[in-house]
Design a protein around this ligand. Sequence first.
Ligand code: CP
Ligand code: NVA
Length: 307
Amino acid sequence: MKRDLISIEDLGDELKEVIDLAIAMKGETKDGMSMQPFKGKVLGMIFEKPSLRTRVSFEVGFTQMGGTALYLSPNEIQIGKRESVKDVAKVLSRFVDIIMYRAFRNENMRELARYAEAPVINGLDNVEHPCQALADLMTISEIKGDLTGRKLCWIGDGNNVLNSLMLGAARLGMDVSAGCPSNYWPDAEMVERTKRIAAGSGSTLEITDDPFAAARDADVIYTDTWVSMGDEAEKEQRLSAFRPYQVNMDLFSRAKPDAIFLHCLPAHRGEEVTNEVMDSERSAIYQQAENRMHAQKAAMVRIAGLR
Ligand code: CP
Ligand code: NVA
């Protein structure tokens, strides 16, 4: 039975193990001791949107593991336009061993996974960004150690990145606070799902429109763009709604003195975050970006049942 990674929840109770595996594999790679479990295998990467990190980290990571990665650009396949999602899933599965898909619509993501014989990994859609959350939780683990009882604070848009992150953080026993303008709170169903998970792990989820209250005593301050890919038509209204939610030194100083700053990138310096925070000693954004590769390598190894 093939395994997909569409939601961070698809890893369920294995989330901590996959993070520990990613940290171990990162060490092996740096020591020049990495294995090549995907020798002769092919990863197909379908992109409907632009990317730096997702494209490069999947391609380099899969190559390091002995395989070949195939980049299929937004103009190439035109899923659902040139050809149905089902036919793309069926045909691609005859050629490649794993499919990574960056999509506009979660419905297409799920349909592709339903019909593909190859495992499908979500490289971001409008609902989740599970690979990002894996790398984020890995980064926090590397810096802070045990995550239980740590407080993760999200500032800004209640978007796809937050959805995966809060589901995963709750699973690992982290308290999550989100400071978002009232029109941009995360989806109610995602909030309910996170609260159920948090009840099981003894952690909490708090959502407020007060960014300073959200940031209080946090171990991690995290923000993302105010205008996600696909939201461009709302740009002006978003920029004005989010202005009070900029992560600057004033807001960052409400967190713990040793709090770290994270951003999934790409960042819009001077909008959601200032240069001062981005470039501060407590910013872990480049370690976080590098960890995309290690986290995804571990996820691929795990869903392929190799480790
Ligand atoms: N964080 C992230 O997914 O970056 P890209 O859009 O560059 O892949
Ligand atoms: N929320 C952003 C993340 C980009 C990596 C987007 O969906 O565009």
